[in-house]
Design a protein around this ligand. Structure first.
Ligand SMILES: [Zn+2]
Length: 230
């Protein structure tokens, strides 16, 4: 793709621009500029036990703790961030959010007691096509700042599901119910698992993963996502 000459000029002299706006220089230690950082819509749900994230799973699965870092709104900055991660391959953005959010989650003893991080897996075919799993990037950053292992192989997506954007909630539930399987069950016995994904919408995918994980004896489930759709 051909860019305007002044873009090349800018990139030549300021090679490191904010990953989100690509206009301003990032703050030291961040991939984002101060302007974007200040505009990110934090939920602060990790400081609140019965928050709307946890409420969304009431009567569905026993959830130990749950929180999302940002609000996911139409035209919002968090949506833009996740779009750049998923469709423009900005893996460093996912890892950065994970690192930041891991530090925040450690402020709550419920999350601080997690033994391992498990990202919602993509189907092998889809991961090959995209080249990476966006949830695993977020999980990698979380694992780093929470100092626990990130287990990317224990949960497996067995069935290739179509894009779920135009399905109703009931159709979605039917679609994902038997999609996931747990491998190496013994490695998870009695563990507190922090299950992570990019965005919480209806929660059908996270619920299906949790149901598969809860078949392992003594497992406790907490969840964290980069964003929550309202
Ligand atoms: Zn910026």
């Amino acid at each position: 793709m051909l860019l305007p000459w002044n873009t090349y000029f800018i990139q030549l002299f300021f090679p490191d621009l904010c990953h989100l706006c690509e206009r301003r220089k990032p703050l030291r230690g961040h991939g984002l500029c101060g302007h974007c950082l200040a505009r990110l819509p934090y939920t602060h749900y990790h400081l609140w036990v019965d928050n709307p994230f946890v409420e969304r799973f009431w009567g569905r699965i026993p959830l130990y703790a749950g929180a999302a870092c940002y609000f996911f709104r139409k035209g919002g900055l968090a949506r833009h961030l996740i779009h750049r991660l998923k469709y423009e391959g900005k893996k460093e953005l996912g890892i950065w959010v994970g690192r930041q959010y891991g530090r925040q989650l450690m402020e709550n003893e419920l999350f601080a007691g997690a033994d391992c991080i498990v990202p919602v897996p993509l189907h092998k075919k889809k991961e090959l096509r995209r080249g990476f799993n966006q949830s695993a990037c977020f999980a990698e950053g979380l694992a780093e700042s929470m100092n626990v292992p990130c287990l990317t192989r224990v949960l497996q997506r067995k069935v290739y599901t179509d894009s779920q954007t135009r399905k109703t909630q009931i159709e979605r539930l039917r679609n994902v119910e038997h999609v996931f399987a747990v491998r190496q069950k013994s490695s998870l016995e009695g563990r507190h698992v922090l299950l992570v994904d990019d965005v919480l919408t209806t929660g059908a995918t996270l619920e299906a993963c949790a149901l598969a994980l809860l078949k392992v004896p003594g497992v406790r489930i907490s969840m964290a996502t980069m964003a929550i759709a309202e």
